[in-house]
Design a protein around this ligand. Structure first.
Ligand code: GTP
Ligand code: MG
Length: 271
C-alpha cells in the first residue's frame, strides 16, 4: 500500500507541535498506526516521543556551539546537513513501511518560502513513494489584526506555491478565539474575500498605506488559492474534519480495501 504523511509547517508558535500531538491521539483512537517524526533540530519537549528524530542526527545546540552559528543560520545548516545525509532518513523510515507519519517541522518560515530545503525534503519523500500532504498552521489570533492576517495568508500561499504538494491550511487555537467571537463572525477569515477585508486593514493603518493594502488584497484575490480549515482541539468533530480533509487530499484510505489477504499469500505490495 502507498505511504502517507503530513508535513506540518507554519510560523514559530503557531501550534504545530500541539497539532501533531492532537493528530497522534486522534489516529491512535481511530486505530491508525501512526508515528511522529521530528524534523526540528531545536525541539525540546514532545507530548509523544518521536519515533524518528533529527536530533539523533544533528542538534542546533551542537551546531551553534561547535561552528559558532546563530540560531537561524544554525537551523539552515542543520536542515542542509539533513539533505546531505538523507540516507539516514531513508533508513529510519524503512522501519515504518506501512504506517502513517506526521512530520513536525521547525517554525522558521524561510525554510518553506525562500530556501528550497523543505521542497527538497518533500520531493525526496515523494521519490520514496510517499503521498505528502502539506499542512500549514496559522494561529487564529492573527484574525484580530487584518494586516497580520494578510501576511499569514501570503506566507501560506508562498509555502503552497513553493512546495507544489497537496496542501491544506489549518487555523489553529480556535478554542481561544471562540471565547471572543462566534464561528459566523470568523467565517470571513476561513475563505477570505480580501477585497472586503481591506476595509479592516485600512481602518488599522494610515492613509498612505491604503493603496498598498488594496494592492495586497488584490494579489491575494488573484491567486485565490488559500482557504483555512478551523481547528478546535477541544472538539473531536473539528479534529475529525481536518483529518478527513487531509485524507481526501492524499487519497488515504482509498487503497486500504484491497488489503485483504490474497490467495497466493502475498500481502498485495508490489515490492
Ligand atoms: N488554547 C490553545 N493553545 C494552543 C493550541 N495550540 C497551541 N497552543 C499553545 O501555543 C503555544 C505554542 O504551541 P506549539 O504547539 O508549541 O507551537 P509550535 O508551532 O510547535 O512552536 P515552535 O515549534 O516553537 O515553532 C503553546 O503554549 C501551546 O500550548 C490550541 O489549539 N489551543
Ligand atoms: Mg514545535
Amino acid at each position: 500500500m502507498g505511504r502517507h504523511c503530513q508535513m506540518v509547517m507554519g510560523p514559530a508558535g503557531s501550534g504545530k507541535s500541539t497539532y501533531c500531538a492532537t493528530m497522534m491521539t486522534h489516529c491512535q483512537n481511530t486505530g491508525r498506526a501512526v508515528h511522529l517524526v521530528n524534523l526540528d533540530p531545536a525541539a525540546e519537549h514532545f507530548e509523544y516521543p518521536p519515533s524518528i528524530d533529527i536530533r539523533e542526527l544533528i542538534t542546533l545546540e551542537d551546531v551553534m556551539e561547535e561552528l559558532d552559528y546563530g540560531p537561524n543560520g544554525g537551523l539552515i545548516y542543520c536542515m542542509e546537513f539533513l539533505l546531505n545525509n538523507i540516507d539516514w532518513l531513508e533508513e529510519e523510515l524503512g522501519d515504518f513501511e506501512d504506517d502513517y507519519l506526521i512530520f513536525d517541522c521547525p517554525g522558521q518560515i524561510e525554510l518553506y518560502t525562500h530556501f528550497p530545503i523543505m521542497r527538497r525534503v518533500c520531493e525526496t519523500l515523494q521519490r520514496w513513494n510517499f503521498m505528502v500532504c502539506g499542512v500549514y498552521i496559522l494561529d487564529s489570533q492573527f484574525v484580530q489584526d487584518t494586516a497580520k492576517y494578510f501576511s499569514g495568508v501570503m506566507t501560506a500561499t508562498s509555502a503552497m506555491i513553493n512546495l507544489e504538494i497537496p496542501h491544506i491550511n489549518v487555523m489553529s487555537k480556535m478554542d481561544i478565539v471562540l471565547k471572543r467571537a462566534t464561528m459566523e463572525e470568523l467565517e470571513q477569515y476561513f475563505d477570505p474575500d480580501p477585497l472586503l477585508l481591506v476595509e479592516d486593514a485600512n481602518s488599522a493603518t494610515r492613509p498612505k498605506f491604503y493603496n498598498l493594502n488594496r494592492a495586497i488584497a488584490r494579489l491575494i484575490d488573484d491567486f485565490s488559492v488559500v482557504s483555512f480549515i478551523p481547528l478546535d482541539i477541544t472538539n473531536e468533530d473539528s479534529i475529525d474534519y481536518v483529518m478527513s480533509s487531509i485524507d481526501t487530499a492524499i487519497q488515504y484510505g482509498e487503497d486500504l480495501e484491497p488489503k485483504e489477504p490474497r490467495e497466493d499469500g502475498g500481502d498485495g505490495d508490489d515490492e
